[in-house]
Design a protein around this ligand. Sequence first.
Ligand code: PMP
Length: 305
Amino acid sequence: AFDETGKIWFNGELVDWKDAQIHVLSHVVHYGSSVFEGIRCYDTENGPAVFRLKDHMKRLEDSAKVYRMDIPYTRNELCEAVKDTININNIRSCYIRPVVFRGYKELGVYPMNCPIETVIAVWAWGQYLGEDALEQGIDVCTSSWRKMAPDTMPNLAKAGSNYMNSQLAKIEATTNGYKESIMLNYEGTVGEGTGENIFFVEDGELYTPDIGSSVLKGITRNTIITIAEDLGYKVREETIPRERLYTADEVFFSGTAAELSPIRSIDKIQIGKGKRGPVTKEIQDSLFDIVNNKVEDKYGWLDFI
Ligand code: PMP
């Protein structure tokens, strides 16, 4: 939930929550010109730690590069700004939202004359897919809305406008009584959730759509691939026909907000035993041990505040 007494980092200054405002004629409001990140800070026994902060900032830079946006801060400055924002808000566990957008100057599709604005906000955010999601798993559907074809909108850029596509699929899921949608890509094979990557387990091996499947290069996705391989699992990144999900032993979503959320049914077809499977649990436990610093941070993924 938002803490409106808090501060927001706005173009290099920590301002009061109510003062973090933009003009209604800002370019972003009309044409969706923004790129952003979602990061989590965990309250560990050794103090608050931001998970894979530099990797998220690198992806923010990559997203901005695709849209020819010059972020007026270095990666290091942005990482420090995140820590300053967490500190001043006196929060130990939070979701972190950096967003870079085209601001107020003129309208018209051509964006390059509008100023680039940079914002970092933090707030406490619990389990994104519902209270019981991590343990019980969720019921999802396949969306009738597909991911953007690769030559329409860049799926690898985490741009605000991509989430108009995600919103259609999320609204469809919710309207029909599901927690989340799985979106197919333009080829009709499996893409991802509206804000999550997807994995499945079959015969003790893990599978996830490859990066060419119109998905985001999720940092949790990479984390899970790393953890699973370390645990001795083979992980295959490939093209995935939709029906492989129905017949899989286990399916789960991954994402910063969703963390690792088991899927217990898809389109009302029960997946495996209809609850969190053993491989999912093993990887989920390992993920939570790492983010909460219960085990040694051997990959250097934690950035302590
Ligand atoms: N796909 C989409 C469409 C997303 O919005 C997200 C959340 N950023 C993800 C995948 C997962 O990415 P990450 O693990 O980096 O949060």
